[in-house]
Design a protein around this ligand. Structure first.
Ligand code: CU
Length: 288
């Protein structure tokens, strides 16, 4: 009778695990961190996987030893409890080993963090300003700046009683009217700040997230390897429309970027005027 119960329970457990594990295995990439499209994002990913594997090994080791001991030394088998209550050797071991593991993990993690702070040798600078509730981008020394807001379609669909199905909008709440265009294979410095409250500029594919704080300028850098469109969002609860200030970065080849920049700068007079209007609107908002 007893063995039958155990067997039924085990069979149930295995079936349950298979049901959970099968779809999970297929979608592992969805629940894991993204590899990203920069060298630093790949370093972060590798670091994350290494440390994850270390914790898995520790977890299996510790829980394995624990469950084995509980099972093997259970009272039902007539095991007598040990009577010792102090062991200096054991205490030294269980202090030194975790300490060594922590130091071993801290060294590569610190190296990645230090690398983020190193904004030397960057080829261009983009200033990012967070506003309630949109982003401002300025290409330093290029005389190009603009504001980037939630795209019209998403904005219309999100209004109360709009009757527009969000699913019918492309990249609902993840699209903007003007994308941040960046060149690939270029070390780009970011200067991140805010004009009203704290925001946070976050594009997962770049590997980092930086707070945009009024009165402070946070610096970091990126170098995108592949052309493409990379989406992100504000990652610091900044007020009513926090969920409606997405970020879209479009990485293009260097020549295409230069052409785009020239177009923005004045070869296209309309674009410059629009940029100036945007800047005024931003300044006005900032002074409120
Ligand atoms: Cu925000």
């Amino acid at each position: 009778m007893k063995t039958m119960i155990v067997r039924t329970a085990l069979a149930g457990l295995v079936t349950g695990l298979m049901l959970v594990a099968a779809p999970a295995a297929a979608d592992l990439g969805l629940i894991n961190m993204t590899r990203g499209v920069t060298e630093s994002s790949e370093r972060i990913y590798d670091l994350h996987m290494t440390i994850f594997m270390i914790t898995v090994v520790i977890g299996v080791g510790v829980f394995g030893a624990m469950f084995y001991s509980i099972f093997r030394h259970r009272k039902a088998r007539g095991v007598k409890p040990a009577t010792f209550h102090h062991s200096t050797t054991v205490e030294i071991i269980w202090t030194v080993i975790p300490l060594a593991i922590l130091v071993a993990m801290a060294v590569p993690a610190t190296m990645v963090l230090v690398d983020f702070e190193d904004t030397s040798d960057t080829e261009m600078t983009v200033k990012v300003t967070g506003y309630q509730w949109f982003w401002g981008y300025e290409y330093m020394d290029e005389n190009v700046q603009f504001l980037s807001r939630l795209d019209r379609d998403s904005d219309r669909a999100r209004q109360l009683g709009s009757d527009i199905q969000p699913a019918s909008v492309d990249n609902y709440l993840q699209n903007v009217d003007r994308r941040l265009i960046l060149p690939v294979d270029t070390r780009v410095k970011f200067q991140i700040t805010a004009a009203d409250v704290i925001h946070s500029w976050w594009v997962p594919d770049l590997g980092w997230k930086r707070d945009a704080i009024p009165g402070f300028v946070n610096e970091t850098w990126t170098e995108i390897k592949e052309p493409g469109v990379y989406r992100g969002r504000c990652a610091e609860l900044c007020g009513r429309d926090h969920g409606f200030m997405p970020i879209v970065v479009e990485a293009v080849e260097k020549e295409a970027f230069q052409a785009w920049l020239a177009e923005q700068r004045g070869d296209d007079a309309a674009a410059t005027t629009a940029g100036a209007d945007d800047a005024e609107a931003g300044a006005e908002l900032a002074s409120r």
